[in-house]
Every structure is written in structure tokens, then in C-alpha cells.
Design a protein around this ligand. Structure first.
Ligand SMILES: NC(=O)c1ccc[n+]([C@@H]2O[C@H](COP(=O)([O-])OP(=O)(O)OC[C@H]3O[C@@H](n4cnc5c(N)ncnc54)[C@H](OP(=O)(O)O)[C@@H]3O)[C@@H](O)[C@H]2O)c1
Length: 359
């Protein structure tokens, strides 16, 4: 049985809380350290979080009396850890990169929810069902950082974890272009209706930086390894619009796509229904039994009904049909803080563990 000592940095925030819940009874990962900003350092986790606990489930007992570390005291936090999940919210990119790489240089593996390292060609940006082979750039990164064991890996933005999984099994039909409009939950901004009352009965047609990430990151995910680094794909051409909608959890996307060789709707549905990837073959603890679900009911997928499918790790798809401007159109949905954030991070760590990168 695999067993690793794990820390969560940014443990007091929304994504950190989600990590804490997901890892409370994990078969391989044992949370032994929690860290956040200097504001929380020295307090118990229960005191530091105070009234900010945002999860529907109660705070697990095992964390309540743990003392929160200052994430900036890297050597102190990293001591004795194999793996760190990073969910700190630091806006200055260079500061964040320095902090995340400092953990790697302490010979710890760091899995980040942040975007700062996503552009580096030797940092894998993992959706375990889609690009598990990108783990193979880690030796290049270790050589750059001068580490033996430490490295960083990232998970991509939550918005694209709706349409990239759905289009992935269709890539060999030659996806030439796609358009997606995303309808994104308020938990994606670390908020709920109490902390963001302006979102009740409202839609905001702007999420800073989201469209750029939604268009750029799929190209790295679909990229190939050449010379030890990831070279981004050049197709499909992607355009997006990202809207914030009054929903607690679950991002939905309305997607249009065209192909070099247009498949039939039956072929597409068959590809989705039969899609099995490495996490399913490896039986990773957080992997959904089935990644993609297609629903024939034209009123599906629905946010409340389907976001928690397979513990929030599956992607739901519906309304596949021909389009007059593109070849096809469909709707898809995924849970933004589970598949799109902490759950995806934990599954990525499991993949890295299974491939021996944490040993
Ligand atoms: N919410 C989502 O669904 C989602 C999805 C994907 C990615 N993300 C990204 O994940 C990160 C965390 O998001 P969140 O929604 O969980 O934010 P959040 O609720 O505001 O939590 C931020 C966390 O970062 C800590 N922190 C802030 N400044 C720090 C500093 N200078 N040094 C160390 N720790 C610091 C906070 O600690 P204190 O409590 O001590 O202040 C807290 O633990 C963000 O970068 C966000 O963009 C979020």
C-alpha cells in the first residue's frame, strides 16, 4: 500500500478546504501539515478558518486542532513531507512561482491549482484522463531546478474541464475549430451567495483572464513532448466567452465544433460512452469509474442533477446535434471545485504516485 505525508498550503481558503475534505480519509495521502498566510499562522485550523468554512460537510475532526504553518516558511513546512497541494491565492505571479518552486527545491512534489506555472513547457498541466504522458517532462524540470525528487505539476483552469474532456475522444477526426460559451459557478471565484450577494438573480458577462486561459490551456494539454518539453498543439482554433451565473457549483458549456472528417452523431456518442483512460485502468482512488456520460434526455445535463456524478469527477454531456454553422453542437457540465480544482489535483497526484514520481 502506498503511503505519503502530505501538506496543504492555502488550506484555509475555499480550494484548500476542499482538499482537506477530499484527503480526510485518503488511502495513500495522509495530511500532516496545514499552512496558509502569516495571518493564520500559529492558530489552530479551526480558529484560522473561523466562520469562513464554506463546505456543505462539517470540518473533519482530525484537522481542528492542527496548528497552521506560515506557507512562506518553506523549509519548516516541507520538512517530512512527500507532497504538497497548493491552493494559496497570491496575485503576483513571480512571488507565487518562487514560492511553488521553493517547495520543489526542498525535494517535495507540489501540485498547484494556480495558473502561474501553467505556461512553463517542463511543468505538466494534467487532466489525468487526457494527457498522463505529460508526466514524462518531470526529469527535464528536475534538471532545470537542480532537484533529485522535487518538482511541480499543475492542474488547468476549471472552465475548460467541461469541453476539453468531451472533445478529446474525437481528436482523431481532426477537430479544426471550436467555440464554447461557459456558464460558470460562483464557487469558481471562491464565493457563495452569502459572500457574493450581488450574484443572486444576476449574470455577470466577464471573468477576468478566463477566456484567455480557456483558449490557451487546451493547446498545451493537447501538446506533444519533443526534446523533453511540451510543445503546444496548433489545432483546433478555439474561441470562448465566459459568463458568471447564479449557481453555487458546476460549470456548464455550450460547445460548437467542426472536423476535418466529420463523424456521425452515433460515432461521437459511441466514442464518449466507451472512453476509458489510464486512471480507470490504474484504478486510481479518485478516478471516476466512467469519465464521460452522455444523456439522451434533451433537458440534461442539469447542474443540480449531474454535477456530483461519480463524486463530482465525471463530465456530463447532452444535446448532441448537427449545427448549421459548425459540424456539431452539444452541452457539457463538470464540477468546478471537484473535477475542475481539488479533485482533479488529487487525481493528478495519484497518477504521479502510480507512475513512481513521488518515490
Ligand atoms: N475557487 C475555485 O474553484 C478555484 C478553481 C481553480 C483555481 N483556483 C485558484 O486557487 C487559488 C485559491 O483559490 P480560493 O478560491 O481557495 O481562494 P481563497 O478562498 O481566497 O483562499 C486563499 C488561500 O490563500 C492563502 N493566502 C493568501 N495570501 C497568502 C500569502 N501571501 N501566503 C500564503 N498564503 C496566502 C489564504 O490564507 P489566509 O486564510 O491565511 O488568508 C487562503 O488559505 C487561487 O489562486 C484561485 O485562483 C480557485
Amino acid at each position: 500500500m502506498k503511503s505519503y505525508n502530505v501538506g496543504i498550503i492555502g488550506a484555509t481558503g475555499m480550494v484548500g478546504q476542499r482538499f482537506a475534505l477530499l484527503l480526510a480519509n485518503h488511502p495513500w495521502f495522509h495530511v500532516v501539515k496545514l499552512a496558509a498566510s502569516s495571518r493564520s499562522a500559529g492558530k489552530t485550523y479551526e480558529e484560522a478558518v473561523g466562520s469562513r468554512w464554506l463546505m456543505a460537510e462539517p470540518m473533519p475532526e482530525q484537522y481542528k486542532s492542527m496548528t497552521v504553518y506560515d506557507a512562506a516558511e518553506v523549509e519548516k513546512v516541507a520538512d517530512g513531507l512527500d507532497l504538497v497541494f497548493c491552493a494559496v491565492d497570491i496575485k503576483e505571479k513571480p512571488v507565487l512561482i518562487e514560492l511553488e518552486e521553493a517547495y520543489a527545491k526542498c525535494e517535495v512534489a507540489l501540485i498547484s491549482n494556480n495558473s502561474a506555472l501553467r505556461g512553463k513547457p517542463d511543468v505538466p498541466m494534467l487532466i489525468p484522463e487526457i494527457n498522463p504522458e505529460h508526466c514524462d517532462v518531470i526529469p527535464t524540470q528536475r534538471a532545470r531546478l537542480g532537484t533529485r525528487r522535487g518538482f511541480t505539476a499543475v492542474k488547468p483552469n476549471c472552465s475548460l474541464q467541461t469541453y476539453v474532456p468531451a472533445l478529446h475522444p474525437l481528436r482523431d477526426f481532426g477537430v479544426t475549430k471550436m467555440l464554447a460559451c461557459t456558464y460558470q459557478a460562483i464557487s469558481g471565484a471562491g464565493k457563495n451567495f452569502t459572500t457574493w450577494p450581488e450574484m443572486v438573480d444576476n449574470v455577470i458577462p466577464y471573468i477576468g483572464g478566463e477566456e484567455e486561459k480557456s483558449e490557451r490551456e487546451p493547446m498545451k494539454i493537447w501538446g506533444k513532448i519533443e526534446g523533453g518539453v511540451i510543445v503546444p498543439a496548433v489545432t483546433p482554433a478555439i474561441t470562448t466567452q465566459c459568463l458568471r451565473v447564479p449557481v453555487t457549483d458546476g460549470h456548464m458549456a455550450a460547445v460548437f465544433a467542426s472536423f476535418e472528417r466529420k463523424p456521425s452523431l452515433d460515432e461521437i456518442r459511441a466514442r464518449w460512452e466507451s472512453f476509458i483512460a489510464e486512471p480507470q485502468k490504474l484504478n486510481l482512488p479518485s478516478a471516476p469509474r466512467k469519465f464521460l456520460y452522455y444523456f439522451d434526455d434533451p433537458t440534461y445535463p442539469q447542474t443540480k442533477l449531474h454535477r456530483s456524478l461519480e463524486n463530482g469527477m465525471a463530465v456530463s454531456i447532452g444535446r448532441l446535434r448537427e449545427d448549421s454553422q459548425y459540424d456539431i453542437k452539444f452541452i457539457c457540465l463538470s464540477h468546478n471545485t471537484l473535477r475542475g480544482a481539488a479533485g482533479g489535483g488529487v487525481e493528478a497526484a495519484e497518477l504521479l504516485a502510480a507512475k513512481g514520481y513521488l518515490d
